[in-house]
Ligand binder design. Structure first.
Ligand code: 13P
Ligand code: ZN
Length: 269
């Protein structure tokens, strides 16, 4: 019997990850095992689940994350494909609980599926969000083609250069990704250094940050909202590149037009 059975809220949260995973594959952003998703599902965990024995021994997170005490997460499995997760989320991901020392996790799921190699970044960010009292419960990492291409030149790595170009391509981008796009310099995938740099970038008031020459990392209330932010940003990148392919530098909306948008929509400054 699956751990999701008779747990509608938990099942809905996990199946929402499956739906988003299908979109990532369809978009062409999830080659092989590319990308990962974690969702804080603590609010959907009941007493029976809390009493379940772990399937795995406790494993080190690599950090002590005090705000994760008692927390539970659904995580994509490492080396698992988004397109497989889309039809079978419990065979391609697992549920983990953080142990009371806040330094380890154990798997409590249908079978032992080892969580994503980017767990240090995901869990550090969840710890940061809870410390801040944020309502955000989902983090998503994926490899969107046009946005990753833009990180292959120093020009777009300078603070808010890419943000301003992308915002100016189509009004929706600023409206639905109002904090813009942070930049994290190239660091080894899955490393603790990348996790630390990701929190620093998110702390600079971004919901979405690029990992140079690798991918994007987004946080939001749920996985669909995180996906939407990446989707509007990559759409803007595609418009920018389409204009360049037609042989001209796009004008972009003016700063005054973008200010007007912020005022009328009440966007964060
Ligand atoms: P995982 O398969 O371990 O989730 O890794 C995918 C990835 O995109 C690493 O950055
Ligand atoms: Zn990646």
């Amino acid at each position: 019997m699956s751990i999701l059975e008779n747990r509608k809220a938990l099942s809905d949260a996990v199946w929402q990850v499956a739906e988003a995973a299908g979109y990532l594959w369809t978009k062409g952003w999830a080659e092989r095992n590319g990308g990962n998703i974690t969702v804080n599902v603590t609010e959907h965990v009941d007493d029976d689940m809390r009493a379940m024995p772990a399937l795995s021994e406790p494993r080190e997170i690599g950090f002590v994350l005090p705000h994760l005490k008692g927390c539970w997460f659904y995580c994509k499995g490492t080396q698992k494909r988004m397109r497989d997760l889309a039809r079978d989320p419990m065979a391609n991901g697992s549920i983990i609980r953080i142990t009371d020392d806040c330094a380890h996790y154990e798997i409590v799921a249908d079978s032992i599926v080892n969580p994503t190699s980017e767990l240090p970044s995901h869990l550090s960010v969840h710890n940061y969000l809870l410390a801040k009292g944020s309502p955000y419960r989902a983090s998503l990492h994926t490899h969107p083609i046009e946005l990753v291409a833009m990180t292959h030149t120093n020009r777009f790595l300078e603070k808010d250069v890419a943000t301003n170009i992308l915002w100016s391509m189509i009004p929706e981008t600023k409206a639905f990704c109002p904090r813009g796009l942070g930049m994290v310099p190239y660091m080894l995938a899955g490393s603790k250094e990348l996790a630390k740099a990701t929190i620093e970038a998110i702390d600079d008031d971004y919901d979405v940050v690029m990992w140079e020459k690798h991918g994007i990392f987004a946080v939001d209330v749920d996985v669909m909202a995180a996906f939407d932010q990446v989707d509007v940003l990559n759409k803007a990148a595609q418009i920018y590149i389409s204009a360049k392919n037609m042989g001209f530098e796009p004008d972009g909306m003016t700063q005054a037009q973008m200010r007007e948008l912020s005022d009328v929509f009440g966007l964060p400054k």
